[in-house]
Design a protein around this ligand. Structure first.
Ligand code: GAL
Length: 369
């Protein structure tokens, strides 16, 4: 009798913990210590049997200077997360450092370089007191996935270099049109053509919402909103992942995409982005290409069902391939709470495919992979 009771208890316990192993998009998600998981606009690295979840760590209930640094959590199964602290810390206020307290570090992503054995972090950096005007990238490296990451450099991208898909004639023509204003009828077409690319050739291209993608051949790319958020840029990274090679393209020109996320499936590159409405959600967009350099073809919003036109009240940040599972990807998104950014909720949804193999996103109150 005692034995049966014991077995029953054991079954109950394992049943309960199995039930806990679920994603519950939009609900408060706590770490193993019972605190809210405070990493936002983040991304995940799988390395040696562990998932590392990086993102901006915020002070709670704060609008001004919300940033603590880049936080990191670890997990073996993607359901339970342990807080490993701050992987990249900001420098003290008054230090004059590019990442001094009061700066903004958004959408950090970490990749591992198999040759140098370094973990490389890229992020969108806005300088202290300058709002969103600086529009820079930042890079930091570490020997350990949990840090401490060491700041390497920051700045605009590819200064002095024109995109591969812009001709010398275009550069010349657009240089002569730099005084065209937003109210002028020609503005839209010249912006699409690269008015701001040419404007920024000297100091380098703007870098805002971003992600990093490592392709099958281990080449890595930085994908970000540039040109006043009008156009996305894809820039190739050097073999050590710490610099740009200078090879880059403009894609979806003038379409106003941000929050880029990307994955590769059956030889195609799928990009899921958002429109530009700040912290407020809008409808996701999608594009596909056979080659990372394009051409990219725009598709419909991948979201289906209620609140599809607001990406289920969220904005994408990363697409995670689940390790060891064939064709399982998680679309990770943030439901921003601009009055308390630290308590922005995590929306993780599975990517499914329609009968033509096109990605779809549907809402689930709870789900497992
Ligand atoms: C969003 C962007 C966020 C953050 C926010 C600030 O459009 O995706 O990462 O920069 O604007 O308003």
């Amino acid at each position: 009798m005692k034995n049966i009771f014991f077995i029953l208890c054991l079954t109950m316990v394992s049943l309960c913990s199995a039930l806990a192993q679920e994603f519950k998009p939009g609900e408060v998600w706590k770490d193993t210590e019972g605190n809210i998981i405070n990493v936002h606009g983040g991304g995940i690295l799988y390395h040696d049997g562990t998932y590392y979840w990086y993102g901006t760590s915020m002070h709670f209930n704060s609008k001004a200077s919300p940033l603590k640094g880049v936080g990191v959590y670890t997990s073996k199964d993607l359901y339970e997360w342990e807080n490993k602290g701050i992987a990249l810390s900001v420098y003290p206020e008054g230090s004059g450092h590019k990442i001094e307290d009061g700066c903004l570090i958004e959408r950090p992503k970490v990749i591992y370089n198999e040759v140098t054995k370094k973990f490389v972090m890229w992020f969108h950096l806005e300088l202290k007191g300058k709002g969103y005007a600086a529009a820079e990238y930042g890079v930091a490296v570490s020997d350990s996935p949990v840090g401490p990451f060491k700041f390497l450099h920051a700045g605009r991208s590819c200064s002095g270099i024109k995109p591969m898909n812009m001709s010398v004639d275009d550069v010349e023509e657009l240089s002569s049109k730099q005084n065209i204003k937003r109210r002028d009828p020609e503005w839209r077409s010249v912006v699409d053509k690269g008015l701001y690319t040419v404007r920024d050739l000297g100091k380098g291209q703007m870098v805002r919402d971003m992600t990093i993608f490592v392709d099958k051949d281990k080449k890595a790319y930085h994908i970000f909103a540039s040109e006043e958020n009008q156009t996305l840029h894809i820039v190739e990274l050097s073999d050590d992942y710490c610099n740009y090679t200078g090879r880059y393209v403009r894609i979806l020109p003038g379409k106003g995409n941000e929050a880029p996320t990307i994955f590769r499936h059956k030889g195609k590159y799928w990009l899921i982005t958002s429109g530009c409405t700040g912290w407020a959600p809008n409808a996701a967009r999608m594009a596909v290409a056979d080659d990372i350099w394009g051409p990219w073809t725009e598709l419909e919003n991948p979201c289906i069902g209620e609140k599809a036109n607001k990406t289920f009240n969220s904005q994408g940040t990363f697409i995670l391939p689940v390790h060891g599972k064939k064709n399982v990807w998680i679309f990770m998104a943030d439901r921003w709470n601009p009055n308390n950014l630290g308590d922005s909720r995590h929306i993780w949804l599975p990517i499914s495919f329609d009968e033509n193999g096109v990605p779809e996103l549907k809402w689930y109150d709870s789900w497992k992979y």
